[in-house]
Design a protein around this ligand. Structure first.
Ligand SMILES: NC(=O)c1ccc[n+]([C@@H]2O[C@H](COP(=O)([O-])OP(=O)(O)OC[C@H]3O[C@@H](n4cnc5c(N)ncnc54)[C@H](OP(=O)(O)O)[C@@H]3O)[C@@H](O)[C@H]2O)c1
Length: 260
């Protein structure tokens, strides 16, 4: 154990993190692992999964397993759940981190194919995976589901407005699932990151110092966020420190003023 994080709030817990081989998902997996959870990571490419498992183990996370899972594939989702149960015997935490943005431009130029793809991954796949894990959490006495939405759910930034619509839907899904899951002792929450420095957001901040300046001007803290800053919030929501919080989506955007 590296001692990088001082909290051990998730001892004995088992967590699934989707899209966890890079960026925010990888940071979440590392944080949950360092807080004592056994973690199953996944993404579409086997080489990425292998590399991320090794990286996480090297970082000091003790119990880490990985499997290929394209969240849009029903067989993959079922396999991910089965694999987790085989490896660790239960599921306490699901982090629905997977999200895509295949297009950049005016919302009126978004094709039906891109629209469907956005909703299939960002909303439907994450909903269906949640449905799959709920019975296992319920059997186990409860659990936590955490979605990765986005500040674009509230703000509709230029260029990524259609993606933002899917993330607004995720905020609504968090509320709807929270109501249904509360009697099962399952809390459902979300995070809504601002611009976080990862490969996915590169199109927003790379290219010129002007692009980065425009983003940072939006945030009171005057900077872009890091994946680790999202991971800390997820660990909190997954822990008993958040035991009376459900149906919430937490904005992690350095003071960006954004509301629905
Ligand atoms: N970066 C930001 O500024 C920002 C802001 C707000 C919200 N978010 C949200 O944060 C989440 C993660 O984004 P990120 O910025 O961390 O992205 P990233 O650094 O580009 O990493 C993307 C990860 O997702 C995996 N992946 C892609 N498509 C997948 C699929 N269909 N099924 C399973 N795994 C998949 C990739 O691995 P493979 O290639 O191996 O599949 C990789 O591990 C997304 O939901 C995104 O919408 C990001």
């Amino acid at each position: 154990m590296s001692g990088k994080y001082k909290c051990r709030r998730l001892e004995g817990k088992v967590a699934i993190v989707t899209a966890a081989t890079a960026g925010i998902g990888l940071a979440i997996a590392e944080r949950l692992g360092h807080e004592g959870a056994a973690v199953v990571i996944s993404s579409r490419k086997e080489a990425n999964v292998k590399q991320a498992v090794e990286e996480l183990k090297r970082s000091g996370a003790e119990k880490v397993e990985g499997i290929v899972c394209h969240v849009g594939n029903a067989e993959h989702r079922e396999r991910l759940v089965k694999f987790t149960l085989e490896k660790f015997g239960k599921i306490d935490i699901l982090v629905n981190n997977a999200g895509i943005n295949p297009d950049f431009g005016d919302i009126l130029d978004v094709t039906e194919t891109v629209w469907d793809k956005l909703f299939d991954i960002n909303v439907k796949a994450n909903f269906l995976l949640s449905k799959l894990v709920v019975p296992h959490m319920e059997k186990n006495g409860g659990g936590n589901i955490i979605f990765n939405s986005s500040y674009s759910a509230y703000k509709s930034p230029p260029g990524i407005a259609a993606y933002g619509v899917t993330k607004t839907t995720v905020v609504a899904l968090v509320k709807a699932l929270a109501n249904s899951c509360a009697p099962r002792n399952i809390r459902v929450n979300g995070i809504a990151p601002g611009v976080i420095k990862t490969k996915m957001s590169e199109v927003l901040w790379s290219g010129s110092s002007d692009a980065e300046a425009q983003i940072t001007a939006d945030s009171a803290m005057g900077r872009i966020g890091s994946p680790e800053e999202c991971a800390g919030a997820v660990a909190f929501l997954a822990s008993d420190d958040a035991s009376y919080i459900t149906g919430e989506t937490m904005l992690i955007a350095g003071g960006v003023q954004a509301r629905l």
